[in-house]
Ligand binder design. Structure first.
Ligand SMILES: [Mg+2]
Length: 247
């Protein structure tokens, strides 16, 4: 198989990086900094855009997690801002991926990464392996459920330095769900390669199934802290990128 691989598509959480970094560092960082970030940047366009999205979601869903309207008496901006923070935390508590929440999380993470307060986790074997693949002409890209914006911030500010120049493409769920073969067909097209010349690496078997249904090759990533995998014997399983042979 190794002769014909010309593209490598990588998942992030559980593959290039530990799942716990996202859950134990990035999410708590967002929760901790919502209030001071909004206070500092309240009048900025991105924050006001994100708040408008929350207001719209509140109208559309009438969800108890939002209820932004209950804080909007129109008279006390500080009270309203505190209400927005409360809504953001409630959305996170309930694991609701509202667009306004994602946008504000992205802004807070951007400040955290660019200030150096947060440094993205990447396993030690990842950068050298990608550099070796690049040296033999492989095209390496990322597909993650985190937004493209967040992916770029993440790899630009990683423990292995700025890794962004290593990647020639980024895909998120705007291309489609990660367990849907159609997403991988679209990505293969974007690579400009036949699907069977692309190797996808992920920790989730359902994603590997979708990728192989689309014609890609697939390798299962086993990392510390990943969920135990059942039914994994159909795929080569690796504990390190060093074990991935792409020729
Ligand atoms: Mg993953």
């Amino acid at each position: 198989m190794s002769d014909s691989i010309r593209g490598v598509l990588l998942d992030i959480e559980g593959t290039t990086s530990s799942i716990s970094f996202v859950y134990d560092v990035m999410f708590p960082f967002a929760r901790k900094h919502f209030a001071d970030y909004l206070e500092k940047h309240w009048d900025s366009d991105p924050v006001q855009d994100a708040v408008s999205m929350l207001v719209q979601d509140d109208k559309d869903w009438n969800a108890p997690e939002l209820l932004l309207a209950e804080f909007d008496d129109g008279h006390d901006p500080e009270l309203y801002r505190a209400g927005v923070v409360k809504c953001l935390l409630r959305l996170m508590d309930n694991d609701i991926k509202a667009t306004g929440l994602k946008k504000i999380q992205g802004l807070v993470w951007q400040e955290g990464f660019t200030s150096g307060e947060m440094v993205a986790h990447v396993y030690g074997d990842v950068r050298p392996a990608i550099e070796a693949w690049k040296a033999t002409g492989k095209d390496v890209r990322i597909y993650s459920s985190g937004s493209i914006h967040a992916q770029k911030l993440f790899f630009e500010h990683s423990v292995a330095g700025d890794m962004l120049p290593l990647f020639s493409g980024h895909y998120d769920t705007t291309t489609g769900p990660k367990k849907d073969a159609g997403s991988y067909r679209q990505i293969a097209e974007a690579f400009g390669l036949p699907a069977d010349e692309i190797l996808f690496v992920s920790d989730i078997v359902d994603e590997l199934d979708a990728a192989t249904e689309a014609g890609m090759r697939a390798v299962l990533s086993i990392r510390p802290g990943n969920k135990p995998v059942e039914n994994s014997d159909r795929y080569q399983a690796v504990n390190s990128f060093t074990d991935i042979k792409v020729g």
